[in-house]
Design a protein. Structure first.
Length: 593
């Protein structure tokens, strides 16, 4: 969709999206950068691609369509060869009264339209769709992963299985190995995987994807492709292909389904060769609001109050892969505007924040978290984010920064929010400094969301109720009354199930949900689809400050916080299970000590 500057100006003015003064600035920026006004407007998120497409469709009398890949007939899709569909970003998605319906990103491209019309043999009905929407439909050209890989990898297993030398032909851009790597990445993105594990075994190469936090096998490749496959990935990540004795780390970027992905590559020598793990990061993801992340009730109020303080520390705790970085990036994005200087020290920089000054840790060059933080304090920052507090020096500098008028965010590896405070004591931070600087501590985990299409509602029996009471400490006479009160607050804040019926009363749990054993098409037969956070937010109230000063244990601090209204991670998970977002089994899987 290439819209002229004149038309973009007209659309923005008609829909009153920005003022005339702001529009002039955008036009000046476009002229300075030698880009179209459309590119600048989309990059700065003045409007979304979908909004602009809908406005343009109305003004040009071409109907706009939002394509659903599930409803596209593959036989119609393949009326246009894949290479042509990808080249012109066009797909046949339906047929009505004998007329084929064609969606194009740029319906004004008459040359492309004429060429496609000849391919179809008749004049299609023309529709406008966004490039990203069409890209999701183009994925239907791909078959199952195993069959696609079979096309590019010869099943002939003759030759040395421990092959080490790699021919130049194996690494060419159009070689079967290069296509294999591309397919592995494409299917990982399509599956919603966060990591790709390529693991050499004695007889084969195992490929596994981590989807929603759980590893699952994707395919097995012939042993003979191992060396070339690893070398190809190393070339993409700018690593040394002849170095196989030590671990290496690198990164590269790709564009897939209209989105930009950053891939972090890590290699490790193991008994049967070199294992490769590729972390996938979607750079086009927009920062979520605190409500979208899953905060509600007291936790939402506490975290919102903490992040608007002019100074102090906000700490996020949890194990690796618990979503700490996503939470911090969302908070920083909420606070990010032209009136504040946001500076970060990270290892690695996972997401780019427009307008923030992000620094990569480099221990070999002497750039540690502590030295980076020391340098940041001379850069006149308002808000500082330290990727992780790993030692006493970094912790001490973070506390000093909070004392001297800065708002500091960081992460710490502890099991829950309460144990974070004694952990700082272990690092040598004075109790009075912790009490006066820490504003809030957030503990979190990620749990899988039960598939909303095929989940099964049921009423727990007496034996399950007894187990739930024991696991979630619902043993006091008023436990279920308090639980029902919490669920009512969650319902009021539109958490989970859309119906207005509570899943609890003052005596018991009335309903729960479980995953369907064999799932459905929407969840690829798993029963779960996507992940969300469960949280606990400990406010550093005066009572907690007194406890820190007297070196009170984390258990006592946690009990006092619960008494003051803190909802623990496990209880937050239970409320979300009651609202139909997940299952009891999933909550216990990630919170059981």
């Amino acid at each position: 969709m290439n819209i002229s500057d004149k038309t973009v100006r007209k659309l923005l003015t008609e829909h009153k999206k920005i003022t005339e003064a702001e529009l002039v600035k955008l036009e000046q920026a476009a002229a300075h950068q030698k880009k179209s006004l459309q590119d600048v407007v989309l990059k700065r998120a003045v409007v979304s691609d979908e909004e602009l497409a809908q406005w343009y469709a109305l003004s040009s009398d071409i109907p706009y369509v939002q394509l659903d890949p599930k409803k596209v007939d593959p036989s119609l899709l393949k009326l246009i060869p894949e290479r042509i569909a990808r080249r012109y970003s066009a797909v046949v998605f339906n047929e009505k009264d004998g007329v084929k319906q064609l969606a194009m990103e740029d319906p004004d491209d008459l040359q492309a339209l004429d060429f496609i019309q000849k391919q179809l043999g008749s004049k299609p009905a023309l529709f406008l769709a966004t490039k990203q929407n069409i890209a999701t439909v183009l994925e239907l050209y791909r078959g199952e992963m195993s069959s696609e890989l079979t096309k590019v990898i010869s099943e002939d297993t003759e030759g040395e299985s421990d092959q080490v030398e790699v021919d130049e032909a194996d690494l060419a851009e159009d070689s079967p190995i290069a296509q294999t790597v591309t397919l592995l990445i494409e299917f990982a993105i399509k599956s919603g995987a966060s990591d790709i594990h390529i693991e050499p075994r004695e007889e084969y190469v195992q490929v596994r994807y981590r989807v929603d936090g759980v590893l699952r096998e994707a395919d097995k490749l012939p042993k003979k492709v191992q060396a070339a496959l690893t070398s190809r990935i190393k070339i993409l990540a700018n690593l040394k292909i002849d170095e196989r004795r030590i671990p290496q780390d690198g990164r590269f970027k790709i564009t897939q389904t209209g989105k930009m992905f950053a891939l972090r590559v890590s290699t490790l020598p193991i008994a049967d060769g070199e294992k490769v793990v590729i972390r996938l990061l979607d750079e086009s993801n927009k920062a979520l609001s605190m409500e979208d992340l899953g905060f509600w009730g007291t936790a939402l109020k506490t975290i919102n109050n903490a992040i608007i303080e002019p100074n102090g520390m906000v700490l996020v705790t949890g194990p690796t892969g618990s979503g700490k970085s996503t939470t911090l990036y969302s908070v920083l994005s909420l606070l990010n505007d032209f009136t504040v200087n946001i500076s970060t020290v990270e290892d690695p920089i996972e997401y780019k924040i427009v307008g923030a000054n992000q620094t990569q840790v480099n221990p070999k060059a002497g750039m540690t978290f502590a030295s980076g933080l020391r340098a940041l304090l001379r850069q006149d920052p308002n808000i500082i984010m330290v990727g992780e507090i790993r030692d006493g020096e970094t912790a001490d500098m973070g506390v000093q920064a909070a004392l001297t008028g800065h708002l500091v965010f960081s992460t710490l590896h502890t099991n829950n929010a309460a144990t974070c405070l004694p952990r700082l004591l272990d690092m040598g931070i004075e109790p009075f400094l912790i009490a006066s600087t820490v504003r809030a501590v957030l503990g979190q985990r990620l749990v899988r969301q039960v598939c909303q299409e095929c989940r099964i509602e049921y009423k727990p029996d007496e034996s399950e109720m007894a187990e739930i009471k024991k696991m979630f400490s619902l043993t006091k006479p008023d436990s279920f009354a308090k639980l029902s009160e919490l669920e009512a607050v969650a319902l009021k804040e539109n958490l989970g199930a859309k119906d207005s019926t509570l899943s609890t009363d003052n005596k018991r749990i009335l309903r729960l949900w479980k995953a369907k054993e064999d799932g459905c098409d929407a969840c690829s037969g798993i029963g779960y689809r996507g992940r969300f956070g469960i949280y606990e937010v400990l406010e550093n109230s005066q009572d907690i400050q007194h406890m820190i000063m007297s070196n009170t244990t984390s258990d006592v601090i946690e009990d006092k916080s619960i008494e003051a209204g803190m909802v623990t991670m496990q209880m937050d998970g239970l409320i979300k299970a009651l609202r139909g977002k997940t299952t009891i089994e999933e909550i216990l899987r990630v919170t059981r000590d």
